[in-house]
Design a protein around this ligand. Structure first.
Ligand code: PMV
Length: 327
């Protein structure tokens, strides 16, 4: 009763920032993302009678109490489904340092969903795995299918899952992740979303706008119209951060370096280096470009002396089992 899974983190082009059901994590709008091949979580889960209690370990990192509680709650959820009386040992490892400030919840809960369900001999469909991962962390449902993924909001838990729109090799895009500050964010995403819904005057207008952007984005993807795709990526990034900044208390995830990267990306477009920025709930910037632009862009980014680290990501397949266990 042991299984190991690998799952990618993902970057959203239209984003999830708001829920209609907090417990089930049903989103207020659909979202679209790309899986990242260089930001991976590997997780091994074993159920066995030799374990007296559940345990959760992260190789090379200190586990926070909150993180452990959330992971073990997810395992409990699984145990209720299959009625296994056994305790579990969970060991997990990220390919990217936690100090890089990349949210590991998407890759983490996707890997946990695949490893735990297989260790329990529960052979779930991709859709069921996506639903299960979503309950752990909303964006994790998008790390289950391959490549470029859509998460439709859905009215019930069973209807709210992600599916692949295009395989990883459909379009040779890059997500150049520019780390400008490696400290962890202060306000967790769930709390930020709830506060946004309660207090930001931009919350509802953004939800309405993003539905339209999402549809236009899908059409632009079919045509491989990079300019339109890029403009939509930036629009929803700014809309989401307007909601965050106008939340009470204000959520400023950016630092001066975040804005400096944004301004450079815009200026470089005048030099025919076409790329577009997007930012999640933290200060680091994801710069999206086509493969042909990668080299020029990296050489520009490397000249910015405040950049701590650059991680280059290609589109990746979704969560899957592997045979090498972590213990
Ligand atoms: O799934 P969570 O709770 O980590 O929320 C993710 C929220 C954003 O990363 C800011 C946006 C998104 O759609 O990924």
């Amino acid at each position: 009763m042991k299984a190991t899974a690998v799952a990618p983190a993902n970057i959203a082009f239209t984003k999830y920032w708001g829920k209609v059901d907090d417990e089930l994590r049903l989103p207020a709008n659909p979202s679209f993302s790309m899986n990242l091949d260089n930001c991976l979580t590997t997780t091994t889960v074993e159920f066995d009678k030799k374990y007296k209690e559940d345990s959760f370990e992260m190789i090379g990192e200190k586990v926070q109490e909150k993180e452990e509680r959330r992971a073990l709650k997810h395992i409990d959820h699984m145990r209720q489904k299959v009625h296994i009386p056994l305790r579990a040992k969970i060991v997990t490892k990220n390919s990217f340092p936690k100090s890089a400030g990349i949210a590991s919840s998407a890759s983490g809960f996707a890997a946990l969903a695949v490893a735990a369900s297989n260790a329990a001999s529960l052979h779930l469909s991709e859709k069921e795995l996506s639903v299960f991962a979503r309950v752990g962390s909303g964006s994790a449902c998008r790390s289950i299918p391959d490549g470029f993924v859509e998460w439709k909001e859905g009215k019930t838990s069973q209807e709210s899952y992600a599916h692949s729109l295009f395989p990883p090799d459909y379009w040779d895009l890059r997500d150049i992740l520019v780390i400008v500050r490696s400290k962890n964010k202060k306000t967790p995403t769930s709390e930020g979303m709830e506060l946004g819904r309660e207090t930001s005057i931009f919350y509802t207008p953004r939800i309405q706008a993003v539905r339209q952007l999402h549809e236009t984005l899908k059409t632009a993807f079919v045509k491989k119209d990079f300019k339109t795709v890029g403009e939509i990526i930036e629009k929803d990034c700014i809309y989401m951060h307007c909601v965050m900044m106008s939340t009470i208390p204000h959520l400023f995830y950016w630092t001066p370096e975040t804005l400096a990267v944004i301004q450079n990306v815009i200026e470089w477009r005048d030099e025919a280096i076409e790329s577009y920025y997007t930012i999640d709930a933290g200060p680091n910037v994801h710069v999206i470009c086509e493969a042909k632009t990668e080299e020029k862009l990296i050489s520009k980014l490397k000249k910015l002396d405040f950049v701590e680290q650059i991680i280059i990501n290609k589109p990746a397949k979704g969560a899957h089992l592997i045979t090498n266990h972590l213990f």
